[in-house]
Ligand binder design. Structure first.
Ligand code: HEM
Length: 345
């Protein structure tokens, strides 16, 4: 987080714009790599780690492309668009990089058996040593791959949408800033422990997830035939739950197309899978395991960006005129990346 703010600080001195989604993506990559491997994989000032970042992007881009083979299973073996082949190629590259980091650690463990590390990789390696058949190196590599793919673009594109929506509405920006000034102090970085005292910030994050859920569809397979809302759904059907349209349903939400964080002031509704009107993280057994981490990081990143700088859109665009056009990849991102210029307070 400190690096992200320091990078914005440097841009504010030169008048350069920040690609908010990309900077947040790099922050999330480093956050995950530090949790798992205790090291950064990207340097925001240099091109180091570019390969890692590019491969994660490549995998997500391919996963987000419409694949005819999903609609006509006969085409699965042929893979007419080459999507499966390319995903395999990119994933293999990422697995190789992850494998390199695991080898590095195994070597460190050999040289220093009681190195005293407590990161996620250490826990996984210890678990694997206890029962190598239940949890082997292949599991460790693929679990790391899953976390990098599932945890980066989802969070960074949500942050980008939050910034767009707040910049479009100066009254929201001012209200958030005055909450930070009252509770934390102007110009300070927001820490996880502060979030509970910042209810308006939490409302902004919920409202962003309502209007711009980065995973617009939940996928389920029906394990027994069922009748729902007058439709017969055969066993083994694949069902898509449209989270995006649930969040914009006028039967549930007053004025659903307006970004209005205040709607959550008096609503006890949360994103934890109990309130089916708002399920950006899914629900039930397969609910997103990164929910708590993601909401905490969204609050601290957004809060720190807003509390550390004023923001202006790049070019001649007035912030109020920023568009909200969407582009569907693996996640539902903004069609044009938000480039915003930080201004020192
Ligand atoms: C704003 C951020 C995020 C959103 C909106 C989000 C949303 C989701 C959704 C909708 C699912 C499918 C849930 C279901 O089918 O019911 C999911 C699965 C998953 N998410 Fe997230 N996610 C986010 C961030 C993260 C982070 C930060 C991590 C990890 C570091 C993560 C790890 C995962 C994993 C591993 C799965 C697969 C779980 C399974 O299949 O059992 N997510 N996420």
């Amino acid at each position: 987080m400190q690096d992200f703010i320091a990078y914005c600080g440097k841009c504010s001195q030169t008048g350069e714009s920040v690609n908010i989604g990309q900077a947040a993506f790099e922050t999330m990559l480093n956050l995950l790599s530090n949790t798992i491997f205790s090291k950064d994989v990207v340097d925001p000032y240099a091109n180091s780690g570019k390969e890692f970042k590019d491969i994660v992007w490549d995998v997500m881009e391919e996963c987000g492309k419409p694949n005819f083979a999903n609609y006509f299973p006969l085409l699965k073996r042929i893979d007419p668009q080459g999507i499966r082949r390319r995903i395999g190629k990119h994933s293999d590259k990422l697995l190789q990089l992850i494998g390199g980091l695991i080898d590095e650690r195994l070597e460190q463990r050999r040289q220093l058996p009681n190195g005293g590390r407590t990161d996620f990789l250490e826990v996984m390696l210890n678990t694997s040593e206890e029962d190598p058949q239940a949890f082997d190196r292949n599991h460790i590599e693929h679990l790391c791959l899953d976390l990098f793919i599932a945890g980066t673009d989802t969070t960074s594109s949500t942050l980008e949408w939050a910034m767009v929506e707040v910049m479009r509405k100066p009254y929201i920006m001012n209200k958030a800033k005055s909450e930070f000034a009252d509770v934390i102090g102007k110009g300070k970085i927001i820490e996880e422990g502060d979030i509970g005292r910042l209810p308006y910030l939490q409302c902004i994050v919920k409202e962003t997830l309502r209007m711009h859920p980065p995973v617009p569809f939940l996928i389920r397979k029906v394990d027994q035939e069922v009748e729902a809302c007058g439709y017969f759904v055969p066993k083994n059907s694949q069902v898509l739950v449209n989270v995006w349209s649930i969040g914009r349903d006028p039967a549930t939400w007053e004025d659903p197309l307006t970004f209005k964080p205040e709607r959550f002031w008096d609503l006890k509704m949360d994103v934890r899978g109990q309130d089916f009107e708002l399920i950006p993280f899914g629900a039930g057994r397969r609910i997103c395991p990164g929910l708590t981490l993601a909401t905490a990081k969204l609050c601290t990143m957004l809060g720190s960006l807003l509390n550390s700088f004023d923001w202006k859109a790049e070019g001649d665009i007035a912030a109020q005129d920023l568009d909200v056009e969407e582009k569907f990849g693996l996640t539902l991102a903004r069609a044009r990346p938000l480039r915003a210029i930080p201004i020192s307070l």
